[in-house]
Design a protein around this ligand. Structure first.
Ligand code: ZN
Length: 305
């Protein structure tokens, strides 16, 4: 087996990717409390909210209040999702409250149309302007490419097309490209081949893997990416999140599963699993979700029954 990275960076996306895709609107003070628990667990990258239109995504309508209320500890990078230039202008009112933005588009025309009602070319043009403006403000930029490993409408997505989009995002000024398996269609062999090729073609940008566990292959895909030297992952605490376009699509890989697997394999994450599980329990209880396996095992419930 190839050498694995000694340590990885994890971006917790639950407060955005997760909260956006759960039907309930979580009260602002609860979001602030949960983000505090995530910081306390040792997570150093957290996607805290999004400046999408509040009438479209009411779950994140309190983006500015969340930013203003969360603590700003040293060494923790907060990122916000920015859909367009208008969203960026709204976010810039709180410029000192976050460090990074992420902009997104899909690797397939059909998914991009349904998600943002634009062609890929139109999205790239708009994102280019947004990223340029964000960089003027000294913000680090991440470009997220949804359905990088398969599209629920178009099926197979050629990696060459994904890499071309990634190159355009890098040229526009993105420091990091995240490849999203938005509906959990990737398999480990495909992921290994994808990142082997990505490493050849995309240099000078951080490559991040964002897997969903829709078909139970999320952690296997993490291992396949690790074996190609990928050392940046995105996940959501408490098994939150799905995809609003895909009914029944389960969420992101859970951060507690990711941390647990990596630490047991000797790959450092900087996260205290017990404290992370406290945060996961808190959100699952708040939303009335069945407690996940890690939460159950750590808690008073008898795991054997
Ligand atoms: Zn996701």
């Amino acid at each position: 087996m190839s050498e694995l990275p000694q340590r990885v960076r994890i971006r917790e996306v639950g407060p955005r990717d997760g909260f956006q895709n759960e039907p309930e609107v979580i009260p602002t003070e609860e979001k602030v409390r949960l983000i505090g628990l995530l910081v306390a667990s040792g997570l150093r990258r957290i996607e805290v909210t999004s400046f999408v239109r509040p009438d479209v995504i009411p779950q994140l309508a309190d983006a500015d209040q969340v930013l203003e209320a969360i603590a700003r500890p040293e060494g923790v990078a907060y990122s916000v999702l920015i859909p367009n230039e208008k969203g960026l202008e709204r976010a810039l009112a709180d410029r000192r409250r976050f460090d990074e933005i992420n902009v997104f588009l899909s690797a397939s025309e059909a998914h991009n149309r349904r998600n943002v009602n634009r062609s890929i070319a139109e999205s790239l043009e708009g994102l280019g302007r947004t990223v340029a403006r964000a960089r003027e403000e000294g913000l680090r930029c991440e470009g997220v490419i949804s359905v990088s490993f398969g599209c629920p409408y178009e099926g197979e997505v050629p990696p060459a097309r994904v890499f071309e989009i990634a190159e355009r995002l890098a040229e526009a000024g993105c420091d990091e490209i995240s490849f999203g398996d938005t509906t959990g269609m990737a398999n480990p062999r495909q992921v290994g081949e994808f990142f082997a090729a990505a490493n050849q073609r995309l240099t000078g940008v951080e490559l991040t893997a964002h897997f969903h566990n829709t078909r139970g292959q999320g952690l296997a895909n993490v291992l396949a990416a690790l074996e190609q030297g990928i050392a940046s992952f995105e996940s959501a605490f408490g098994e939150l999140g799905g995809s609003p376009l895909t009914p029944g699509a389960t969420g992101n890989i859970s951060t507690e599963d990711l941390v647990s697997m990596l630490e047991e394999m000797g790959v450092a994450t900087g996260v205290d699993l017990a404290l992370l599980i406290d945060a996961s329990r808190a959100v699952q209880e708040l939303l009335g979700r069945p407690l996940g396996a890690h939460v159950l095992r750590a808690g008073p419930v008898d795991w054997q029954r």
